[in-house]
Each structure stands twice: as structure tokens, then as C-alpha cells.
Design a protein around this ligand. Sequence first.
Ligand code: INI
Length: 154
Amino acid sequence: MSQVIHGSLDASGRRVDVVVARFNSLVTERLLDGAVNALEQHGVASDAIRTVWVPGAFELPLASRWLAREPDCDAVVALGCVIRGSTSHYDYVCSEASRGILSVSLETDKPVAFGLLTCETLEQAMERAGGAVGNKGADAAMTALEMLGIRSKL
Ligand code: INI
């Protein structure tokens, strides 16, 4: 018979690091609240959650790498918010942050969840940071837990 594997969200005993960008902190503080609440609700002890603030989304990959390389880190949740301006700066920050976050995950073999909002307006960002569209920080945290659950079953 074929096997089907799902990741459980039970995260007791896990240690999760959260990296959060200070740029657009009105939004990222809410993403952080959502992520920490979701981790705690799914069993991660509050003293097993470490939060590291970095200047902006561009810095998320390097800080995620520093954390993911630590033996006591099970997963990283990377949080940030990039809002399109009038120049191409937005495109460089989004593409390098997303590429970097993926490469840290593959290099370290640990979940590094992508909780980076890439929005046209502050309003869109607020909707996704605990507003009408949910909290993408919480979603990213749960993704990290689900991936840990899958890994432990393989
Ligand atoms: N960083 C963000 O996290 N969000 C942004 O919207 C943003 N914009 O628009 O400039 C941003 N820029 C800073 C960047 O992430 C770096 O911190 C900076 O370039 C220094 O490396």
C-alpha cells in the first residue's frame, strides 16, 4: 500500500529562531507577534524561541544562516516587509532576500520559513499582518513546524 506523509504541528521540545527585519516595523512587529503566538500555541516553549532583529529584509538570509548553523536551532522563521517604492530597489531586496532564504534552508538542511511580505502598499501589508488577510508571520511559523514534522517522519 502507498504511504502518505503529513507533518504534524505538534512542536513540543522544538527550538525555533525568528529573524525579523526592523524596516517597516509597524508591520513586522505584528508579523512577529503572529509568529510567536503560533509557535507557543503549537507547543514550543517560550524560552525555546529566540528573536533576532536585523536592519532590513536584505539582512534576513545572513542572520538566518548564523542561526540555522547552530546545533540547538531546529528551524528559523524569517520575517520582513518590503513595500514597492518608485525605484527598482524593491526588486533587488525582494529577489535577493527570497533567494538567500531558500539557499540557507537548502544549505543547512533546516526549515527556514519565508515570512517576507512583498507588497505594493502599506495597506496591503497591514492586511497580511493580522488584518483581513490573516497573519503571514503566523503562517510562516506553522510552515516551519509542519516541515519539521515531515522531516521527523522520513
Ligand atoms: N528593507 C525592508 O525590509 N523593506 C523595504 O521596504 C526596504 N526598502 O524599501 O528599501 C528595505 N530596504 C533596506 C534593505 O533591506 C537593507 O537593510 C539595506 O539595503 C542595507 O543592506
